[in-house]
Ligand binder design. Structure first.
Ligand code: ATP
Ligand code: MG
Ligand code: ZN
Length: 245
């Protein structure tokens, strides 16, 4: 599996295996009826302006390879459960919320969920908070005919999964709070899934992004899945195990 960006749109394979990839099933007398995958095709086309790319560092992420096999088992098993019933999880708007200190695997696990979502033919938008905010700002300078704020907002609210990485790391301004609230509330009302990672506790998050947003997060994502420990980025090789005697 080499190359880049292959995940985002694997085009003409029917995820349900019932049509030829066109989104239509040809019946008797050449009457075509829509395949179950058609709605997803349309959703995918509509999500065109958002980032659905897994960054290179996380592209090979998988349940059966390190680092995932080295991350806290209890948390990984909850992620596995979510992914085992991914379609159902997405359809019901359930999400996940990873919390903990730096370098403990939060983004890794969130990327795994996003990757499986894309591989299942569902739509995902993947952003760190600073990236998302600059993406929104870009649309303010858009010329007529270019993608507008409303287009982007529509895409961000309608993808099956919104992955917000490093929530709370952004500068806190009225504008940022407004954007975040509008986005989260819209997805909350539409029952669309959200995966977030953050270094902040729920209390700190409330301080940073407001109670109203956090309260919706709790309802959408359940309790935060805690990942603690040392920063694994600092550990290139495992330390020698025997230092006693
Ligand atoms: N439990 C772990 N065991 C081994 N390596 C790990 C573990 N967790 C993370 N890593 C590695 O550490 C690096 C950072 O992981 P990741 O980006 O998931 O951290 P994070 O929790 O999102 O950190 P931050 O809060 O700084 O964003 C990656 O290279 C990942 O492969
Ligand atoms: Mg991270
Ligand atoms: Zn089909």
């Amino acid at each position: 599996m080499a190359g880049s960006g292959a995940l985002a749109d694997e085009p003409s394979i029917c995820p349900k295996g019932t049509c030829d990839g066109s989104g239509w099933i040809l019946g008797p007398e050449d009457i075509a009826r829509p395949c179950g995958c058609r709605e997803r095709k349309i959703a995918r086309a509509k999500s065109h302006g958002v980032s659905s790319v897994i960054p290179a560092r996380y592209r090979g992420v998988s349940f059966d390879r390190p680092p995932v096999t080295q991350i806290n088992e209890a948390v990984v098993s909850q992620v596995r459960e979510y992914c085992d019933r991914l379609e159902e999880s997405l359809d019901s708007g359930r999400g996940l919320w990873f919390f903990g200190n730096s370098g403990t695997g939060k983004t890794t696990l969130a990327m795994l969920v996003s990757k499986l979502t894309l591989e299942a033919g569902r739509t995902a938008a993947i952003y760190s908070m600073p990236q998302l905010l600059s993406r929104i700002r870009q649309t303010f300078d858009s010329l007529p005919g270019e993608e507008s704020y409303l287009d982007l907002f529509g895409q961000l609210t309608s993808v099956d999964l919104l992955h917000l990485d490093d929530l709370g790391s952004e500068n806190r301004t009225e504008w940022v709070l407004e954007q975040l609230y509008a986005l989260i509330n819209e997805r909350y009302e539409a029952e669309r899934s959200l995966v977030v990672t953050t270094n902040l506790t729920a209390e700190q998050l409330e301080e940073q992004i407001g109670e109203r947003v956090v309260s919706r997060l709790v309802e959408m994502c359940g309790d935060p899945l805690p990942l603690y420990g040392d920063d694994r980025r600092l550990k290139v090789a495992p330390p020698p195990s025997d230092s006693s005697s």
